[in-house]
Design a protein around this ligand. Structure first.
Ligand code: LLP
Length: 442
């Protein structure tokens, strides 16, 4: 987080609150979310990313991808900062509704939305529903008719881009479950299917999402080029205008010092340039150019959060050949951050409760769960005088950590604590064993 620092006693502080106080008050593990950092990144996208698009397509909309992390307070911050919200389930939509998020600024995603989810979206009046299959187009048309509504629709297009990221989070290539393919004309056929239901569906645009944790802008450029071409082809075929193309999310963040993410302004400038060139080449009247939107999740919430853990045990393991590894066990693990186990994600960490001048020792921070892949930080230099009771902070845990958390080993999930200007408040409380047992009906 941008407000991270150390106080005079060497304790880590976030949002002006020191972590020892946080741990005493709220316990560990805990997600500590820096509200200012979140808002600052939201504004950087709203203003920085969007600005270069103004002369090209009037405006750019930023949809915060709630799947990265969502609770009612965060939904309200997103609304207050003037962003839109991307949800991908009835549950995420329910959080948005509970927060009173303006319906017309919500988009709904998903490759297998239930009829109940479509009804929830149509009756709340969400601003766009991104359709992902022919079945869904028919299903949504039925739902809209029953509600006497005309549902705003975008078509999710598989643009055939190989994004350079982990296989499980790449989504632009052909062989995967999302979207209508550009090859074989499926995407154009989907547009026809939507337009056949013009009494119940309104075709508002095209969407692509090529993957997540991406640093190379080439993939976005290729996706933009293909969407612009399809946009022009569909508009020409049917004599219609479509107001939006969405390039999805996926902008990478720095989990360790090896990553250098792009500033939203730079990214916006590159993409705006490209979109302008493409439309100019097609020769369409600039007044018919669609606005461009994006859906960053990780890039807004990821850096905002540190997870605080308490060290429980420390063990030296002899690796033979004169080497040893120090295993530092903390009081959480793959239940609150599964990303290391799932994607071999890289994290760093630091001793947070005090300063130490002891020699650095290569350590592996592991959780308390009953499997050996339960690793939080694969390799980190931690001081050799580390001891039980010390606090460790893992930064960059705002995205897809609480969101992907589980209750594995009947472990109650940690709270989310927002810090700002020297004070802390609980956004999502800690689960209790009683919460877990309440589901167990004997
Ligand atoms: N839009 C769509 C349609 C998406 O599917 C996603 C992410 C986003 C936007 C936001 O992507 P972001 O800007 O946050 O990268 N659990 C994985 C990431 C899965 C991403 C799923 N879709 C992880 O922890 O790395």
């Amino acid at each position: 987080p941008s407000t991270i620092g150390r106080d005079a006693d060497g304790r880590l502080t976030v949002g002006g609150v020191d972590v020892v106080t946080l741990a005493r008050e709220f316990g560990t593990p805990a997600y500590v979310l820096d509200e200012e950092d979140f808002r600052m990144r939201a504004r950087a996208f709203r203003d920085g990313f969007a600005a270069p698009f103004e002369p090209v397509s009037g405006r750019a909309d930023i949809y915060y991808a709630g799947k990265a992390f969502l609770c009612t307070a965060v939904a309200r911050w997103v609304a207050e900062e003037g962003l839109c919200l991307d949800v991908c389930s009835g549950g995420e939509l329910a959080v948005a509704q509970r927060a009173g998020f303006p319906a017309e600024r919500i988009g709904l995603h998903g490759n297998n939305k239930s009829v109940a989810e479509l009804e929830q979206a149509v009756s709340y009046g969400v601003g766009r529903i991104v359709v992902d299959s022919f079945e869904e187009i028919e299903r949504l048309a039925d739902v809209a008719r029953r509600h006497g509504a005309v549902a705003p629709v975008m078509i999710r297009v598989t643009v055939g881009v190989e994004a350079h990221t982990h296989e499980f989070i790449a989504t632009g290539h052909e062989d995967q479950k999302f979207g209508f393919s550009l090859q074989n004309g499926q995407a154009a056929q989907a547009a026809r299917a939507v337009l056949r239901h013009s009494d119940a569906l309104r075709l508002g645009g095209l969407h692509s999402h090529i993957g997540s944790q991406i640093f190379d802008t080439g993939g976005f450029e290729l996706a933009a080029r293909r969407l612009v071409q399809l946009h022009a082809a569909v508009c020409a075929e049917h004599g219609i205008a479509m107001e939006e193309i969405d390039l999805g999310g996926g902008f990478g963040i720095a989990y360790t010092s090896q990553h250098t993410p792009m500033a939203p302004g730079e990214l916006g400038a590159q993409l705006a340039d490209l979109v302008e060139r493409e439309f100019t080449a097609i020769g369409d009247d600039p007044s018919s150019w669609p606005r461009v939107s994006v859906e960053p999740g990780r890039a807004i919430v990821g850096p905002s959060t540190v997870t605080l853990y308490e060290v429980g045990t420390i063990k030296e393991v002899d690796l033979g050949d004169g080497h040893a590894r120090t295993y530092v066990s903390v009081d959480g693990g793959m239940s609150d951050n599964v990303r290391t186990a799932l994607y071999e994600a890289d994290y760093s960490c630091t001793l947070a409760s005090r300063r130490s001048d002891a020699a650095p020792r290569l350590s592996r921070v592991v959780g308390k769960h009953c499997e050996s892949g339960d690793i939080v930080v694969l390799d980190e230099y931690l001081p050799a005088d580390l001891r039980p009771g010390d606090l460790i902070a893992v930064p960059g845990t705002g995205a897809y950590c609480r969101a992907l958390s589980s209750q594995y080993n009947h472990t109650p999930r940690p709270p989310v604590i927002a810090v700002r200007d020297g004070s802390a408040r609980v956004l999502v409380r800690r689960e209790t064993v009683d919460d877990l047992l309440a589901l167990d009906l004997g």
